[in-house]
Ligand binder design. Sequence first.
Ligand code: PLP
Length: 401
Amino acid sequence: MKIHIRGLPMMWASLLILSMIVLNTVPMTCGDEHNELKWSRAAAEEAEAVASIKCSGHGRASLDGLPIEGKPACQCNSCYSGDDCSVLLPNCAVDSGSAMVVSGWHRMGYSYEDGSYISRELEKVIRRLHEVVGNANTKGKYILFGAGSTQLLNAAIVGLSLKPPQNYTGNHSFSPANVVASIPFYQVYKQQTDIYNSLSFKWKGDASLWKNNSDSTENFIEFVTSPNNPDGRIMEPVLKGSSVKTIYDYAYYWPHYTGISTPVDTELMIFTISKLTGHAGSRFGWAFVKDRALYERMENYLDVNSIGSSHDTQLRALVLLKSVLKDKARGLFEFGHAYGWLKCERKEDGDCPAVLRAAGVMGRNGSVFHASNKYVRLSLIRSQDDFDLLLRKIDALVSQE
Ligand SMILES: Cc1ncc(COP(=O)(O)O)c(C=O)c1O
């Protein structure tokens, strides 16, 4: 078995951002200090009790996990079992899919004091973080929040494409924007574009197929993911010109995934906490937009689609990002790679996912990214246990040669 992994197969720096968000489910009267201390103390005690449950370093207990006999129980990492996660399961396949984390809770109304759906404190912290890290120039740009960057990706397509004329029946001169990306690409771009089945935009596949397109009456929207998922390459747009709009997905443009040589400064830049701190389950992303009109179209989409971004999540993001700012020097940005883009190079290993599955390793098939199944994407940003097991299984596979 001959394999090649693009990028360093390194575990994501173990992220120890412990953010405690206290849940207050009862609206309080201002100044009711006695009451306030009661609920916050009780909530803190409950959280401390859960945090003190020992899971042998191979799992964690959480308040909202499935209880056993009425008590919070350990949720073990892959391949570990037992009440305290101390039992390593023999012959267990390592799932190298993506990570999920839990979210918290906060305000009850729809909007903030200024009538917007955006916490201005969080906006400040995000801008500051980009400045400190030096990965993006946010000056003079509008900010939007979304339910993960996923929601913003679609807001961007909607914002960048034109509405068909009223009573459009398909026989006018209007044509939908062509949405494209370079292979291999993150499959959600296509899935999202297809699912809307919109008159305003259509999925048109590989960007390079349209490189020499001279028809300037056609509009293009190109997704540029840099560093790229799945192969980690730094990407530039393939298409250029006045009829082309570019959505820059910078989910991985952080120092733990790539060298940051210069702050990006593009028209439409999308980021996500999912890849910055690993809190994918919190569903929080943000976009910087230069053009006012585009910003307003995207904002309108987000308002109509979900009436803004969850306040619970914004609070959690604020706590997390503040601690990232504080802890910047403490290992979070230690360099590694999010994914291994692995190729089976032997002729007889045409079905690389099957070769790996037989060795007890599960990854994403190359075809998911519109590449061939000679490739598999391995996720390297799960727990240390997952990463250690992955190395063990790959070692065993290679030594079978
Ligand atoms: C390139 C890229 N963009 C966006 C996303 C989605 O991120 P979010 O969790 O913020 O919706 C992912 C998730 O894997 C991704 O790889």
